[in-house]
Each structure stands twice: as C-alpha cells, then as structure tokens.
Design a protein. Structure first.
Length: 293
C-alpha cells in the first residue's frame, strides 16, 4: 500500500454516545464535517480532505457500524446516528458546523438538520434521495434502477451469510456499476474498502443501517412538513440510474429545504466525491466560503 493513497490526517478514537467512534481530522478554520456513505468509510473523502483543509478544520468520522467505529447491534436509526455527530461535536468543542453528507451520510445529515437546527451553519447533500421519498416511490422499475439492495440488506441474517468470504465480489459490483467510468477506482483503492468490510461486524453494521429504514421513515414522516432552514447545496451524478436518472433531484430537495442550490455533475455516477472531485471540490469551496452569509 503506497503512502500517497491516503491524505495527511490525524486519527482519533473516543467513546461518545455509547459507542467508540473513530474519526480523522486535518486543517484549521471553521469546522466542516464529512459523512460518508455505503459502501465506503471516511476514506471516501480522501480527495476532498486536503483541499478543504487549506481553509477549514475537517472532521471525517466513520459512521456507526462502519470502518473503525464500533458496530453495535442497535442504534442505526438516523436520529441516533445524528446524535453520534452531536456527541462528537461536543467532544471537539464545536458549537456549530457545516455538514456534508454523501449517500447514507446524507440521510444522517438531513436528520441532523431537522433535529439540531441551531447546531448547523450549512448543509451539503450528495447523490441522495431521502428515505421517505424512496419508500413512497419504490416499485419494480426503481428496484431495477438500483434499489434492489435496500430490501436485500434489510433481510435479517441472510445478507451476512451470503456475503461472508465474498466481500470483494460484492463491493466491487457496486464500485464498478455505480461509476460513470467503471474503472474509476483502482484495485488498490477497492482493497482499502474490502479490508474494512472484512472486519468483524462490518457487513452486519452496514445491513443494520438499511434495516433501520422503518424507523427512519417514521422519523421523516413525523416532520415531513418542516423544511430544513439552513442554506443547502445538493449535488448528484447526472449519469447515475438510481438518483439523477430516476428522480428530479432538485425538485425533491426543494421539498425538503427552503434554500437550495442544485447542481448536476456531468459524466458522474453515484460516488461523486471520488469520481468528480474537481467539480465537487469547487462547489464545496464556493458554498462553504459563504458560511457567514
């Protein structure tokens, strides 16, 4: 493994909100938290961290159940996972933050935005359709467009049994089919993820994240009429079948937040921060720099 694969970061661990959390930090300035998606870890932000660290204090945790963070059997509803972020903020002494979430991390971030409005400066969501909207629109066409794994991972025990020992095959399928350029990730980069998902409890943790869908939908339905009031940047891969080609993403998020900037990223699939870091970083720097507006 070459050292150039990883950005210069500092690794941390602490017991927060009842679990041992792992996160990395870099840079100085106003705090920006980066929440990764599935099937990734904090490593999914490696192309953003050095750029953002020139202007901000960057904090990139492994979410509950992922990476080097503890993988308990419960607590995967997005309210609890948002409270994991709050506990981390309190530990680091950050009263308010800008919050960037991709995929599953965007679900945590949007719940954070509603539950902790006074702790949020700016919100960025990347290639995500809210859980409630997915549930309301789910059909065979959506399953074929890429949402088949939502119910699959939601099945108790079976996914772990089928995936065990075949983590590389399982994960590589997503990295290749979700990318505009199927070879976007090198074998070395994929190996970083494969090793993380081979750790004890890692597949169970990811499945538990999806198994919390019922709780997440209930939480989202209860405050569906409450708009996120923080300035919100929405980005998505224009060429991903499951998001940009399946939904009017801008319209979806204008139903979620009151102040939305919507940006479709060309020649880009689902893993936007990894596939189009040039565009993602430009948009992040511009949007986050206006944090005092």
């Amino acid at each position: 493994m070459t050292g150039t694969l990883f950005p210069e970061v500092t690794h941390h661990h602490a017991r927060l909100n009842g679990i041992t959390q792992h996160w990395v930090t870099a840079g100085e300035g106003p705090p920006v938290y980066l929440l990764h998606g599935f099937p990734e870890t904090w490593f999914g932000w490696r192309k953003q961290i050095p750029v953002l660290a020139e202007h901000f204090t960057v904090v990139a945790p492994d979410l509950r159940g992922y990476g080097l963070t503890e993988k308990p059997v419960s607590g995967y509803d997005k309210r609890t996972m948002a409270n994991d972020v709050i506990a981390l903020m309190d530990h680091l002494g950050h009263d308010t933050i800008s919050l960037v979430g991709h995929d599953r991390g965007a679900r945590v971030a949007s719940r954070f935005a509603k539950d902790h409005r006074d702790r949020l400066d700016r919100l960025v969501v990347i290639d995500n359709i809210p859980t409630r909207i997915v549930a309301e629109t789910f059909d065979i066409a959506k399953a074929r467009a890429g949402y088949w794994y939502f119910p699959f991972l939601g099945i108790l025990d079976l996914p772990e049994a089928l995936i065990a020992g075949k983590e590389e095959v399982f994960l590589t399928y997503f990295y290749r089919t979700w990318s505009y350029n199927p070879q976007m990730l090198s074998s070395e980069e994929i190996d970083v993820y494969v090793r993380a998902y081979r750790e004890p409890g890692a597949i169970r943790g990811a499945c538990a994240d999806y198994r919390a869908a019922g709780e997440d939908i209930a939480q989202d339905t209860a405050d569906a009429d409450t708009l996120i009031n923080a300035p919100t940047l929405v980005m998505w891969g224009a060429d991903f079948e499951g998001v940009g080609k399946a939904y009017d993403v801008a319209d979806v998020w204008r139903g979620m937040a009151s102040d939305v900037r919507a940006v479709a990223l060309p020649q880009c699939g689902h893993l936007c921060p990894e596939e189009r870091p040039d565009l993602v970083n430009d948009e992040l720097l511009s949007f986050l720099a206006n944090g005092d507006d």
